[in-house]
Ligand binder design. Structure first.
Ligand code: SF4
Length: 317
């Protein structure tokens, strides 16, 4: 099959017809053949010294030095709350770039993306932004579907980055292999039935994979986080069920976040599905009680609450 043909994506109601317009529509910059980089709102604010995201408050990550990337835009779920166009199938790349190439092309893409801030940001912060120190391997797409993710994480670590990986937990073999500074796993349902409604997995066996990943998380030496995205009227119930699953993983931290009505998720969920910060806090308190964890912090503007075993959190940078 020709490369062009392989990169073709069927047109659908998103109006997207090919891989390049998919990236453009989502504001991504292609890095190498299959990776993507995107700057977030907080990077743009931080480079101008106008505020930082909740990861700065919780973990000491400076937003203007944070490189947000993914080695693949493919995913094996079609979550209702995902801000990417899950209706569009991302084709399998014709070949994989090496981890060294991906690190290099990601930094290069980030520099291009922030080049326009040269005139409006304080010089020191702009220079720091050109020298990223933290990578969040998360964007859209499931990073554990990239078969060399463990080597990519090692390469970023070797080059002096702190590394976050955010996974949906459906590839337990890769969860076992990777060693980022902080490993996140999303947990979007308190049991299988809700999982299938919220995450629309491409295979029904993925829930069993998630349960296996929770077990693997327990034995990881790296810092671990379970992330719950609460969607009102969809998965915001049964805090006890969530707690029973979280007990399997015994994570260092739990991040409870509100669904945000952004991107393509607006086609699937109403604005009212976003819980308020106080509703997220209330659910987090219930969870903390079931688990004997404590509230370690919260950031109202991001509608996120952090739980830890002893109520404290240590910065990584
Ligand atoms: S797992 Fe992540 S990338 Fe995949 S559909 Fe769900 S939210 Fe989107």
């Amino acid at each position: 099959m020709s490369r062009r043909k392989q990169n073709d994506i069927e047109q659908n109601d998103t109006g997207i017809t090919d891989f390049k317009s998919l990236l453009k529509k989502q504001g991504y910059s292609l890095a190498g053949r299959h990776s993507a980089v995107k700057t977030c709102l907080w990077l743009r604010r931080s480079i101008k010294d106008e505020g930082e995201c909740y990861k700065s408050v919780f973990y000491g990550i400076h937003s203007h030095r944070c490189l947000q990337m993914t080695p693949t835009l493919m995913c094996n779920q079609k979550c209702l709350h995902c801000w990417r166009p899950t209706e569009v199938d991302v084709p399998m790349p014709v070949g994989w770039d090496s981890p060294v190439e991906i690190v290099g092309s990601s930094i290069e893409s980030q520099r291009k993306l922030i080049s326009g801030f040269g005139g409006s940001a304080p010089l020191e912060r702009w220079q720091e932004g050109n020298d990223p120190k933290h990578v969040a391997i998360s964007l859209s797409g499931e990073p554990t579907l990239f078969p060399h993710l463990h080597e990519l994480v090692d390469e970023f670590n070797k080059q002096g980055f702190t590394t976050f990986v955010v996974s949906n937990g459906t590839v337990p073999e890769m969860i076992a292999k990777i060693n980022p500074s902080q490993l996140y796993m999303s947990l979007d349902a308190p049991e299988r039935e809700t999982y299938e409604k919220v995450c629309l997995p491409k295979s029904l066996s993925l829930w069993d994979n998630i349960l296996r990943s929770l077990e693997i998380l327990k034995s990881k030496e790296t810092r671990t986080v379970i992330r719950i995205t609460l969607i009102k009227g969809v998965n915001m119930f049964n805090s006890k069920g969530f707690a029973e699953l979280i007990k399997i993983a015994e994570p260092d931290y739990i991040e409870v976040k509100a669904y945000m009505h952004l991107g393509f998720s607006r086609k699937r969920l109403p604005r009212e599905a976003m819980p308020s910060h106080s509703e997220v806090m209330e659910f987090s308190k219930e969870l903390a009680e079931h688990l004997d964890y404590k509230i370690a912090g919260d950031v109202e503007v991001s509608r996120v609450v952090l739980l830890s075993k002893d109520g404290s959190v240590s910065h990584l940078m």
